[in-house]
Write a protein that binds this ligand. Structure first.
Ligand code: DHB
Ligand code: FE
Length: 278
């Protein structure tokens, strides 16, 4: 049977990927953020998850404003990268996990989540940055399944709906008969508004991280507008963390976490959770 190894929430600022590519992780201003990933790398070495299901928001790469699914899932065997936010990236191809993807699609739709199904998808900086943070040598031994949330163009899914999507994904993983270990990733946030540097709300971000650990349902009571007021328009990306936490249900232990303010336009946040008793 498939099992959930853990859940990771992380910021996906493209400058992070650029620093990894340049090998400048140990230099200021990034050092504390990257150092916090050391225990994550040790955890990955020990647990060796097979598949990362990555919730993120597409940044205009696959879906423009004329065609915007609320939720979309990739079922491809491989995903080419594209935008990393700093000019044309070196071409890469990220391995998919089509059998688990199709199982998720079937379970989600039976569970009344009518997701868009994408046989092809470009993997944008939200996915690539998360993957490079997990596996900085750019040679990730893990397969990926992208699940895209609309955090861009109203009408948006509510935070509660994103959490419930995560819960449905958790149920689907638990009914997959192959013996795979799954890492859930929420790539986004926390508070930021591009073009309005300074829209970082550190107390809100720290409270969000605390609630992700202890009381995620408290976060589901925010409206989208309240999140925009508190955390900026791109603060809506924190819905990806809520989807991750919906899938990693129940009590959790924190394996690693960091909050560094600022990294680019955001508070650089990361948190790795493990189901209690794992
Ligand atoms: C930045 C943050 C984002 O979430 C993003 O998608 C692009 C850039 C930033 O802070 O620079
Ligand atoms: Fe973003």
């Amino acid at each position: 049977m498939a099992q959930i190894a853990g859940g990771l929430g992380t910021s996906h600022v493209p400058m992070i990927g650029r620093a990894i590519a340049a090998g400048t992780q140990a230099e200021v201003p990034f050092a504390p953020f990257f150092a916090a990933y050391d225990p994550v790398h040790a955890w990955l070495d020990a647990r060796k998850p097979d598949v990362a299901i990555i919730f993120y928001n597409d940044h205009g790469l696959n879906f423009a404003l004329d065609n915007m699914p609320t939720f979309a899932i990739g079922t491809a065997a491989a995903y080419p990268n594209a935008d990393e936010g700093w000019g044309p990236p070196a071409p890469r191809c990220i391995r998919g996990a089509p059998e688990l993807s199709w199982h998720l699609v079937q379970s989600l739709i039976a569970d009344e989540f009518d997701v868009s199904v994408c046989r092809e998808m470009l993997f944008d900086h939200a996915g690539i940055t998360a993957l490079d943070l997990l596996y900085p040598d750019h040679d990730a031994p893990i397969a990926v399944i992208p699940i895209v949330l609309n955090a861009v163009q109203p009408p948006l899914p509510t935070p509660l709906r994103c959490y419930k999507l995560g819960q449905a994904i958790g149920r689907a993983i638990n009914s997959f008969e192959q013996d795979v270990s799954v890492l859930l990733v929420g790539s986004g946030g926390l508070s930021h508004e591009l073009g309005e540097f300074g829209k970082i709300n550190e107390p809100f971000d720290r409270l969000t991280m605390d609630r992700i650990e202890h009381d995620p349902e408290a976060l589901t009571r925010y409206t989208n507008d309240e999140i925009v007021d508190l955390a900026g328009a791109q603060g809506l990306e924190l819905m990806t963390w809520l989807a991750m936490r919906g899938a990693v249900a129940g009590a959790v232990d924190v394996v690693a976490s960091v909050y560094q303010n600022p990294i680019s336009h955001t508070g650089g946040a990361m948190m790795l959770l493990e189901p209690r008793g794992a």
